[in-house]
Write a protein that binds this ligand. Structure first.
Ligand code: HEM
Length: 358
């Protein structure tokens, strides 16, 4: 993948000679180094205006280095970097960030070659996250022939001006991230305190878990949230939560280990306790961590105060995407109040074959 990336970045952008050549493998492994990244200590040129052309350029460049399967990871990276304030720095040793280091390395093949002269890593990661949302929405619409699955257009504003921490992309400060076994109240408290989100906004944001999945080696959990939609953004996460005919079984992914990693599985996909906790009052039992209810049987739990919002998003994909994109925009600006922006509307109408013919 790395060789492919090097070639395609140079080929597509034609800029390698302008910016000092492609990084060697050693240089690209910046996140393996304990040496502080000197670029993080210099000032970025004050661009009078990053424009939609810059966004389009990054979009093309990303398409050439990031395979579709990695798009979910860009969205996750955007969220993790912005917890505590977007600053282009992650603690790769923190268990909550498991699996993000290879993503940062992949992005750095592009960042260090081209974009470090234009924007901070924090801007670069934030833009990458928004572009990944766009691309996965486009993927969804390409795969969907009917109006009932087509997502509406997106309208992000690409803002810049975030500054990196001095040791970007690495930091030893673990970061404040949510727990996979959070019950409803904990999730709501976390997103209110960290991102200033209300209940509805928090529920909307969690729909990012339509994308991708969990990997035992990263988090201890294992599975894809919405089978078949790993790289397609839509509201099927909520549909899975409210679907009454689906049988969800609890399984401990690591039964012999302390955490056990209880999760719910069905033919539709998988859920963390924190996911089901948006809809049902579930919490981990103090005995073995299995999800239980205050009263009632295994997961026949009472609805949460957000249950009607989950049901709304399950039935109205347009309202959900509108809410989700507005909240995602805020997440990637967390703790920054005076950023400059280039607004960019994306028409997500799939291109028909006739239109692509010469
Ligand atoms: C209560 C809140 C949350 C919890 C407990 C949580 C937890 C997790 C866990 C355990 C993983 C699996 C990582 C792995 O094993 O590779 C994951 C993946 C993911 N998370 Fe979250 N997350 C939360 C909120 C969010 C939010 C707010 C976003 C984005 C806005 C997000 C986006 C993602 C994405 C896209 C993936 C898939 C990554 C991939 O496939 O590589 N998550 N999350």
């Amino acid at each position: 993948m790395f060789e492919y990336s090097k070639i395609s970045v140079c080929f597509v952008l034609g800029v390698c000679s302008l910016v000092g050549g492609m990084p060697t493998d050693d240089e690209a492994a910046v996140v393996d180094s304990d040496v502080e990244n000197s670029f993080a200590q210099r000032a970025w040129p004050e661009f009078p205006a990053l424009t939609t052309a810059h966004v389009d350029g990054l979009r093309t460049a990303l398409e050439n280095v990031v395979p579709d399967a990695k798009l979910p990871s860009l969205v996750r990276l955007g969220f993790h970097d912005c917890a505590g304030g977007c600053d282009g720095c992650l603690d790769f040793d923190a268990p909550a960030n498991g699996g993000l280091e290879p993503t940062v390395k992949l992005l750095d093949t592009l960042y260090r070659t081209v974009y470090q002269h234009q924007m901070s890593r924090a801007d670069f990661w934030a833009w990458s996250a928004l572009l990944a949302v766009e691309k996965t929405t486009i993927n969804n619409n390409k795969a969907c022939q009917e109006d009932d699955c087509r997502m509406p257009d997106l309208n992000f504003t690409y803002k810049w001006g975030r500054k990196d921490c001095r040791t970007s992309p690495r930091t030893a400060k673990g970061g404040n991230l949510p727990g996979a076994t959070f019950k409803h109240s904990q999730t709501m408290e976390y997103f209110a305190a960290e991102f200033g989100l209300n209940e509805r906004e928090t529920i909307a944001l969690m729909g990012a878990h339509t994308l991708g999945g969990a990997h035992k080696g990263n988090s201890g959990y294992s599975g894809n949230w919405v089978k078949g939609d790993e790289t397609r953004l839509n509201n099927n996460y909520y549909k899975n939560l409210v679907e009454t005919n689906t049988v969800w079984k609890q399984r401990a992914v690591t039964p012999t280990e302390k955490g056990k990693h209880w999760q719910l599985e069905s033919e539709k996909g998988f859920l963390l306790l924190a996911d089901i906790g948006l809809y049902k009052e579930v919490f981990p039992s103090s005995v073995d961590g299995r999800g239980v209810c205050e009263v009632g049987g295994n997961l026949a739990c009472a609805p949460t105060s957000s249950a009607d919002i989950v049901e709304l998003y399950a039935t109205d994909k347009d309202i959900w995407l509108q809410d989700f994109s507005a909240v995602m925009q805020r997440v990637v600006e967390n703790k920054w109040s005076a950023l400059n922006g280039a607004q960019r509307s994306v028409d997500l109408t799939p291109v028909t074959e006739e239109e692509t013919e010469p």
